[in-house]
Design a protein around this ligand. Structure first.
Ligand code: GAP
Length: 514
């Protein structure tokens, strides 16, 4: 098994063992691509949401939040294009009876060629040492040039067919590239068919009065249909934004990679309403703001990149993803889309209500253009866990698993640990708990050796362990042990609040966004 794949498997087990994520309905053998957040997971998830929410609503005085319902009038999904165009191109293998997304099969093939290029470059870098010039090598080495040429040619055809929705050509490309089903190993493919990703249910109790409603596939439409009410009641002036966090549902076909692609997931979306003609300028600004938000977490700029969309969604005139280097490669975590006036114009058409904004500076009314930032909470959660997870050799045959979570996001900020369960130490430790628990998520633990207790806290990413010993009873000092370098320091109990507050506050993270 490749090393990265092995790490990913360990991460999934870690999530279960240390109460971050459980498979949904596990006692009934689970439900495909649906997961539950456990006691530590929900705290981390809430902190991620808070980081996003506060960065949007506190740091931008022209962004406000809403919380719209999951059920919406079914016409909304016709207007938005989701009923007609929210489809995946699916292909079945007749031998294994397995279903795949046709575009993913080709993307996987391209990724294999990318891997070959990367391996050649890696080998050459080792061979040439410091004098190695990667760009020059790619432009001159015949084997690498061949791979690049092959990749670009496939890529060009792939994006043309996808953009033109030419599914016959896409299928022929799969056959021509000898792409086989990973299960049966054959090329016995069906035609490509369109499959709508929205879940539907019935609203109403009688056969006559009930009608079909959808579980929203994105939270954005809740913002669009409320935009004018928010603008009027809040006396908002363009440009302004509306932020929302909420559940979304998609009947994903290729649901895999743990919480990366789920059928029920959560989005954090912000629609920014701007004057027509200024949208691409705002699009660039928001790309910048959002990249900074990710990088402020301190996992290293090299782990993020932008990826421009090959195929623009039916509503966009520009779109890019922010990708993070997951254990299974660079993958989309967030999308930034210039959605034009598509959604609002369609809602005006379908609802027959005027959705124009009166611009006092221009003395004119128009439908605003929209730049959207859309990030999946679950993918963000996965990226943070993947970046934080480390297995470390502590010397003398000792090892530890540690989650180096940013302190502001850690589910537990500090653990209070009496060295022994007697001599008044538990009582003293409870006094420390009482002093700190109103401001920080604290955990009290008196079971097992102190070493084992430190390891338990490392495994859930607790940045501080506060240990009380007999000296604590005499001089009101404790040992504070730092998760990342395992160093310890003796400090007065009265200093604890200040030391911890400075490191774990959301403010310290938000201030990096200036
Ligand atoms: N409103 C625009 C929109 O929904 P999207 O690119 O389809 O755009 C935005 O989704 C983000 O939502 C993605 O970048 C991803 O983080 C998250 N997301 C989408 N589908 C998901 C799924 N099935 N499971 C988990 N997260 C998902």
């Amino acid at each position: 098994m490749a090393k990265q794949e092995e790490v990913f498997k360990k991460l999934i087990s870690h999530c279960k063992e240390y109460a971050f994520v459980f498979p949904s309905s596990e006692i009934y053998d689970g439900l495909g691509a649906v997961y539950d957040y456990a006691q530590n997971g929900v705290e981390l998830k809430n902190n991620i949401k808070r980081y996003w929410w506060e960065s949007m609503t506190l740091l931008h005085d022209n962004v406000v939040g809403i919380d719209s319902a999951i059920f919406m009038h079914p016409e909304i999904w016709k207007a938005s294009g989701h009923v007609d165009a929210f489809n995946d191109p699916l292909i079945d293998n007749k031998d294994s009876k397995k279903r795949y997304r046709a575009d993913v099969l080709i993307e996987d093939h391209l990724a294999k060629i990318d891997d070959k290029i990367a391996k050649e470059v890696e080998k050459a870098a080792k061979r040439f040492g410091d004098s190695f010039d990667e760009e020059m090598y790619k432009q001159t080495n015949p084997r690498v040039m061949g791979y690049i040429e092959q990749r670009n040619a496939i890529h060009e055809r792939f994006s043309t067919y996808l953009n033109d929705s030419d599914y016959e050509a896409l299928r022929n490309l799969i056959l021509e590239l000898d792409i086989v089903c990973p299960i049966s190993g054959t090329k016995n493919w069906t035609e490509i068919r369109q499959f709508n990703l929205m879940f539907a249910t019935e609203m109403g109790s009688t056969a006559d009065s009930s009608f079909k409603v959808y579980l929203r596939p994105e939270t954005a439409q809740g913002i669009f249909v409320n935009y004018l009410s928010v603008q009027k009641t809040g006396r908002m002036k363009i440009p302004f934004g509306i932020a929302q966090i909420g559940k979304a549902f998609r009947n994903e076909i290729v649901a895999r990679q743990f919480i990366f692609r789920m059928r029920e997931f959560e989005q954090m979306e912000m629609q920014f309403f701007v004057r027509p003609g200024t949208e691409l300028e705002w699009y660039e600004k928001w790309k910048d703001i959002r990249m900074k938000w990710h990088q402020a977490l301190g996992f290293g700029a090299e782990n993020y990149r932008f990826h421009d969309h090959e195929k623009l969604a039916h509503y966009a005139n520009a779109a890019a993803d922010i990708e993070f280097k997951m254990p299974f490669g660079f993958k989309e975590v967030e999308g930034i889309h210039s959605r034009t006036d598509f959604d609002l114009s369609r809602h005006e058409e379908f609802s027959k209500k005027k959705l124009r904004y009166f611009d006092p500076e221009l003395n004119d009314s128009y439908i605003p253009y929209v730049v959207e930032t859309s990030i999946g909470v679950d993918r963000m959660f996965l990226s943070i866990l993947a970046a934080s997870y480390a297995e470390e050799d502590c010397g003398e045959g000792d090892t530890r698993v540690v989650l180096r979570l940013p302190a502001a996001l850690a589910p537990v900020k500090l653990a209070v640990l009496p060295l022994v369960r007697k001599d008044g130490l538990p009582e003293k430790a409870q006094e420390v708990m009482e002093m700190l628990k109103y401001d920080f998520a604290c955990r009290y633990d008196e079971k097992d050796s102190i070493g084992k207790r430190y390891r338990r806290q490392d495994a859930i990413g607790t940045p501080f362990c506060i240990t009380l010993d007999h000296q604590s009873l005499e001089d009101n000092t404790v040992t504070i042990r730092y998760r990342d370098d395992m160093t310890q320091e003796r400090v007065a109990i009265e200093r604890l609040h200040g030391i911890i507050a400075e490191k774990v506050s959301m403010k310290s993270l938000l201030k990096k966004l200036k």
